[in-house]
Design a protein around this ligand. Sequence first.
Ligand code: ATP
Length: 369
Amino acid sequence: MASLSLKNVCKVYPNGFEAVKDFNLEVEDQEFIIFVGPSGCGKSTTLRMIAGLEEISSGEFYIDGKLMNDVEPKDRDIAMVFQNYALYPHMTVFDNMAFGLKLRKVPKDEIKRKVEEAAKILDLEKLLDRKPKALSGGQRQRVAMGRAIVRNPKVFLMDEPLSNLDAKLRVQMRSEIASLHNRLKATIIYVTHDQTEAMTLGTRIVVLKDGVIMQVDSPQKLYNEPNNLFVAGFIGSPQMNFVDAVCKVEGEKVSLSFENTTVVLPPAKAKKLADGGYNGKTVVMGIRPEDIGDSEIEIEAHKDAAFETDVTGYELLGSEVLLYFKVAGASMTAKVDSRTTARMGDHIKMAIDPEKIHVFDKETELTIT
Ligand code: ATP
């Protein structure tokens, strides 16, 4: 398998549009890297530059220390799996998987061995004689994977490979891809705009916005310590709540006020705001839906961070409930236990966990704490 290195990579399309700006990333052998970000942020463009399907405008791209910029796609030892599978309808599953090897003039018995091996890994052994139209969406997706696996490439590139599957199949294929990564010990770069896929599959996630890397970190780190407002809002579902708040520093005590509520920050967070000179300034307070509670225990535990509001929406998810409400004009969501008695239209009390508060600079949108 392989390590990848992208140094100051840029892509300017012929019409002058700068789709990827100064992209720097070191991918270690066997990593599962996810590119995630909103539509048009440059995920596919970057993947296509790695594959050699798109020219790199400036910067360098290396595989195992070897410069790849001018190496033909077929010589890069990379296999790509697309969202539309691109299977040949007139060929059997076996022939679809064998096709690339036949083109490379691999001996027949070796092709047979490799296809059967991949079919075993992907649980396709009983389907090798079928044509794609006689397969389910998930099975077709596995054949597309199989076609990549038989080549035993150094790197797998996957561009939204699950986006054509229904919700249930997506979940199933997601765990299959995770176990495939474990078994193949492969280096994988995977593009998605689905942040659940990103969080569950990736060893590291690259969050992109307008062609610029916003943060590269493990799923856990992105969730707990986002670099800025954009990453904080993009990672996590339902997304983090944001409300403008005024910071007040009185000695060691630092508080954030919004509407009729004043939340005293824990010491470590307080210090960052005091040291940053935020006294009297408006900042953006971020709190995840799961860190707002409506139970008596939570309200008692976080008395100083309690507030009252009207429930404007109620959604039962199963074991949890989403409550929608407004605070200081901002629409907010809380994810609470389904045993809650709160219902649409109720006036209720809730509390924020101050330890879980994120604070962002309103102008730079960078994380303060
Ligand atoms: P999506 O999630 O919608 O697939 P993406 O993050 O993969 O989006 P890209 O396909 O990489 O985005 O496109 C990045 C930007 O480059 C977009 O604004 C797109 O319009 C632009 N773009 C893509 N191809 C070209 C092209 N051939 N010429 C000019 N601009 C292009």
